[in-house]
Ligand binder design. Structure first.
Ligand SMILES: O=c1nc[nH]c2c1ncn2[C@H]1C[C@H](O)[C@@H](COP(=O)(O)OP(=O)(O)OP(=O)(O)O)O1
Ligand SMILES: [Mg+2]
Length: 186
């Protein structure tokens, strides 16, 4: 049996999806800590969050950072999507692209795992291509209603359906493969 993983997040929706995707193969324990998020590339943000979490927990930790990258804007808002969503809402995200024909976007999920304080984090990233559209479907989780993948917004999908194709699922597939290989060599 694999040991449980400590997943550090302040976001209950993220935690629900991570558990739905990984359990029962990998047991997830969690702590809610509001970790400082630096300014930098997607990977730098996840890595620094992970180092901070490993120090605070003083043990192995998993963290995640989600970015939403608009192709017409050279990848922005990227890791700053949380603040854009908070301040401008779903319509505001659409308005950002009003001047551009290209509404394509990429949802990027970056997990960082550290074996403990002072140890280099390992990064697992998943990307799902899509489009920014006027909101459709229930507003349960962040920007789900405005991110469309193959004709449906994330919000219009059953959770099992989202969890098959999402940026988060794709990243967790890589994490799971790595975790299993670690168990074999342990
Ligand atoms: O699948 C998703 N579908 C829709 N929205 C999503 C998703 N995943 C993250 N989100 C939102 C939450 C936050 O507004 C921003 C990411 O910011 P991000 O810093 O990664 O998340 P957070 O601060 O809520 O939790 P954490 O404590 O793990 O940092 O995009
Ligand atoms: Mg955050």
């Amino acid at each position: 049996m694999a040991p449980p993983i400590q997943f550090i997040t302040g976001n209950a929706n993220k935690l629900r999806e991570v558990k739905a995707i990984l359990e029962p193969q990998i047991e997830i324990q969690s702590q809610s800590l509001d970790l400082e998020e630096i300014q930098g590339t997607i990977e730098e943000v996840a890595e620094s969050k992970c180092r901070r979490a490993a120090d605070l927990v003083n043990g192995p930790v998993l963290v995640e950072d989600t970015a939403l990258c608009f192709n017409a804007l050279g990848g922005l808002p990227g890791p700053y999507i949380k603040w854009f969503l908070d301040k401008t809402g779903h319509q505001g995200l659409n308005n950002l692209l009003a001047a551009y024909e290209d509404k394509s976007a990429e949802a990027v999920c970056t997990f960082a795992y550290s074996p403990g304080p002072g140890r280099d984090p390992i990064i697992f990233q998943g990307r799902t291509p899509g489009r920014i559209v006027p909101a459709r479907g229930p507003s349960k989780f962040g920007w789900d209603p405005v991110f469309e993948f193959e004709g449906k917004t994330y919000a219009e999908m059953e959770s099992a359906e989202k969890n098959k194709i999402s940026h988060r699922a794709r990243a967790l597939k890589k994490l799971q493969t790595w975790f299993e290989s670690q168990q074999e060599t342990a």
